[in-house]
Design a protein around this ligand. Structure first.
Ligand SMILES: Nc1ncnc2c1ncn2[C@@H]1O[C@H](COP(=O)(O)OP(=O)(O)OP(=O)(O)O)[C@@H](O)[C@H]1O
Ligand SMILES: [Mg+2]
Length: 204
């Protein structure tokens, strides 16, 4: 049985991950590959229950550590029930967000212990790691406008700038897995950059 390929898209809110993931899958399908497009939260039944807790505004007492663990728990279900079976089936799995999002948002963005986040998550997914991570890079001001946030507070902007520089640091530290793609320009221009990268990296 052929082993599939695990590709993740990362990047701040509104940068174009969903748009580009859908497009990449349709191009790969047209080239004869079997693909699976998925995203976090992982669309499992247990993941939906976890999501409900994460989004419930009445649960004010939710601790940041609990939040980190809940994201890891959702990821554990998603990896075991969705990603691993598709990889075992020989598919190219294109997933929006994975462990790097927890490292960028809770680690670099909010200052929680990155080594702990990495260890907890890696354990949660049985060591599953992407072969290629496409980081879509753009100034937060531009990406957040795409995400529909017109009025962005300075505090929010500073937070997203930490998240962005965290992603860029991770990309520098793991250049064998990561590729930084400029998310500026038209959807077609960004898709072409992504396709060039995927073809170059996956034929190496
Ligand atoms: N290159 C682009 N130029 C202009 N608009 C774009 C571009 N890419 C995506 N968009 C638009 O920006 C919006 C956000 O894009 P998308 O939903 O793909 O981002 P995302 O990274 O998945 O966001 P989120 O993190 O919120 O899931 C959508 O309306 C999309 O059509
Ligand atoms: Mg999206």
């Amino acid at each position: 049985m052929a082993e599939g390929v695990f590709i993740t898209f990362e990047g701040i809110d509104g940068v174009g991950k969903s748009t580009q993931a859908v497009h990449l899958c349709s191009v790969l399908e047209s080239l004869g590959h079997l693909t699976l497009h998925t995203r976090e939260p992982g669309g499992t039944r247990i993941g939906a229950e976890i999501r409900r807790i994460l989004l419930d505004p009445s649960l004010q007492e939710l601790q940041p550590q609990t939040e980190i663990l809940l994201y890891a728990a959702d990821r554990a279900q998603h990896a075991a029930q969705v990603i691993q079976p598709a990889l075992a089936d020989g598919r190219i799995v294109v997933c929006e967000r994975f462990i790097d999002s927890s490292l960028a948002y809770q680690g670099f963005g909010l200052g929680w212990d990155r080594a702990a986040i990495a260890r907890i998550n890696s354990w949660a997914v049985n060591g599953l790691a992407p072969r290629l991570t496409i980081y879509l890079d753009q100034e937060p001001q531009h990406a957040l406008k795409r995400a529909g946030q017109d009025r962005i507070e300075q505090r929010t902007l500073a937070y997203y700038q930490r998240v962005r520089s965290g992603f860029l640091q991770m990309a520098r530290e793991d250049s064998a897995r990561y590729v930084v793609v400029d998310a500026g320009g038209t959807i077609a221009e960004v898709s072409q950059r992504i396709l060039d990268t995927v073809q170059r990296r996956l034929t190496q």
